[in-house]
Ligand binder design. Sequence first.
Ligand code: FES
Ligand code: MG
Length: 590
Amino acid sequence: EDAGERASTPGPEKADKIRLRSERWFGPADLRSFGHRSRAMQMGYDPKDWEGKPVIAILNTWSDINPCHMHFKQRVEDVKRGVLEAGGFPMEFPSISLSENFMKPTTMLYRNMLAMEAEELLRAYPADGAVLMGGCDKTTPGLLLGAISMNIPTIFVPAGPMLRGNWHGKTLGSGADSWKYWDELRAGKITQEDWRGVEEGIARSAGTCMTMGTASTMTAIAEAIGLSLPGASSIPAVDSNHIRMAKSSGRRIVDMVREGLQPSKITTRASFRNAIAVAMAMGCSTNAIIHVIAMARRAGVNIGLDDFDRLSHEVPVIANVRPTGTTYLMEDFYYAGGIAALMKRISAFLDLSCLTVTGKTVGENIDTAQVYNDDVIRPLDNPVFTGEAGGALTVLRGNIAPDGCVMKPACCDRKFHKHSGPALVFDDYPSMKKAIEDEDLDVTENHVLVLRNAGPLGGPGMPEWGMLPIPKKLIKQGVRDMLRLSDARMSGTSYGACILHVAPEAYIGGPLALLKTGDIISVDVEARSISMEVSEEEMARRRAEWKAPPPRYERGYGWMAAHHIMQADKGCDFDFLQTDFGGPVSEPVI
Ligand code: FES
Ligand code: MG
């Protein structure tokens, strides 16, 4: 019963009876384990708390500077309650909180830092199972990347979207309405006082962005892969159903440990394809591409841009959630039946036999799901946007982006699906920002605005700068969309004819670096092509003249990232974190 009695049994002979990973910390009759036990006792625990009980590591990305995760400070107690009820031993491990709202230059620079932290926390501590608490954009892929590599039983608890925004009786959507009203302010259509009203009303509760941004996209993807409880990702953060979901997740992980249900049994090629199909039907954020490719590769599944392109042409967008949809927000989506209902509706595109954290299949999980509002979750024959027209995302290739770039055809003025126009090129964000406000800028609505040196190395970290602002001069003329091209990303809450993720990026000498203002750029969504009309000889001449820009970092994390990050089409993981980079990492020996 007590530690002394266990310690009286010699360790090595017992070795073959050890089932729980954590027993290697708490079980042996040696000095190391004496230390682990006595220090657990220092915290007020005793052997009843750990003997024979799975230790559940709760990786909590709560922080005072992350409004999207405000409720995690309390919610973690609900997860712990579930773990205790099911006979586990919960231990919370605070993990770096990538707050989209405050981190500079971009949270994307730190996604892999969270991934490394998650993996190493689970490895270095006595964890038998993991509950991942995330939701704000990069926290979801960051946590999942690490957990997939570590491969102990894992369940993901999504933060859930915040409530709809409200201003003067108008519904406000995260991100999307900031850009929209900012342009109205620049055009002189609303007052400074109005603008302050928008500022006060756009984010009213804990939770992630409630448009179909990267947060809602990635938590839906986590669920569609099978790593969250069914329906979890659609529950608003402040709904009491969210509390019960958190508790149920805590209960479930304990059984998952007993069942040996690791991510590797869940994360298959078919489950990633399910996730992509769901993302397409949701009208997902372009960021999904980068994160899913990275996660799949960690799971040993080779998913690439072509998988996204293929599925986007098959699966129609049926979630009428802004910015791809026209009207609704995540709160409405939840009331309409949420993701389980959406999955039910696109069952024909899913592999229903995939295993999930429930221990049941996707098909079993969504069996009784129903849509309660056909305008929010549309029937397949009345979609928001069809696959034939390009679907949620289209991959374009050509001499300016040999390794591809992406666009959301559903999210822009249709005239830009086929367009040729002269490039107006900016080498960095500050000069672009300054020029855009200059009312004498030599620009027309047919120009293609280009921002380069904003990729994984150039940004650095590939910031969400891809929705370049419309020049003030044109805003005043009523122009609200233009073709824009960059090696940056854009927020999932953004919209417009923005072509993103150009690979290879300009900063490392991709062809985008050779473009000059005035060169003609041609885009054809149907043909999935993008090109700069510059001859090969001229390109070669410009290449010979091109000089690599100086490094962004000469020490520290940024230096390491620059040396190891891969391009957007490969998911921006660090090369050395990939599953096939060298042999497997062994368990700590002592
Ligand atoms: Fe956290 Fe959008 S800022 S989810
Ligand atoms: Mg975002």
